[in-house]
Design a protein around this ligand. Structure first.
Ligand SMILES: Cc1cc2nc3c(=O)[nH]c(=O)nc-3n(C[C@H](O)[C@H](O)[C@H](O)COP(=O)(O)O)c2cc1C
Length: 166
């Protein structure tokens, strides 16, 4: 089973988190989405996609370009897990919306998405990335809660249970 940890990161936060996830999944490939072409994307069975949120609730720039390529491919046999970096104090109404946008784009295409994450312990008012008190993937806040990241990443990767499948 080939796993890709594929991130879009403007200032390095999501890349930093991707590297942390990679430490727990050393068999995976970890790369920025802006380096990817169709054959490499198609080679992954599982894609762990990480985007930060920019503007007011938008996908990170590299992801804006990457999603068109991704969604043009046959994803019917792929499994996805999502993670996102945001700032819940400065953007409490759009916290990690980018991850939510990605979720709905993939869902519309019928993709299988694993790895939802409880909203307990966060402090925000609204997010497009929340369904029934769960984030659609792992939400991280390197701006306000960097000390929470290691624990959240470790627990989340364990719940994905990808090492067991491998
Ligand atoms: C201009 C600007 C707009 C932002 N908009 C949002 C937003 O709408 N929602 C959110 O959760 N975070 C928002 N953020 C915070 C970033 O997503 C956060 O700092 C993230 O960690 C950046 O990750 P990156 O360095 O991987 O791109 C914004 C930050 C800036 C500077």
């Amino acid at each position: 089973m080939k796993i890709g940890i594929l991130y879009g990161s403007s200032l390095g936060n999501t890349q930093f988190v991707a590297d942390k996830i990679h430490k727990h999944l050393p068999q995976a490939e970890c790369t920025s989405v802006n380096t990817l072409r169709a054959p490499q994307i198609e080679s992954y069975d599982v894609m762990i996609l990480g985007t930060s949120t920019w503007g007011v609730g938008n996908l990170q720039d590299d992801f804006e370009l990457f999603v068109d390529l991704l969604l043009s491919l046959d994803l019917s046999k792929k499994t996805f897990a999502l993670f996102g970096c945001g700032d819940q104090h400065t953007y409490p109404d759009t916290f990690c919306n980018g991850m939510g946008k990605l979720y709905y784009l993939l869902k519309e295409k019928g993709c299988k998405i694993i790895g939802r994450w409880p909203i307990d312990g966060y402090d925000f008012s609204e997010s497009e990335a929340v369904i029934d008190d769960y984030f659609v993937g792992l939400a991280l806040d390197e701006d306000n809660e960097p000390d929470m990241t290691n624990g959240r990443v470790k627990t989340w990767v364990e719940t994905l249970n990808l090492n067991a499948i491998n």
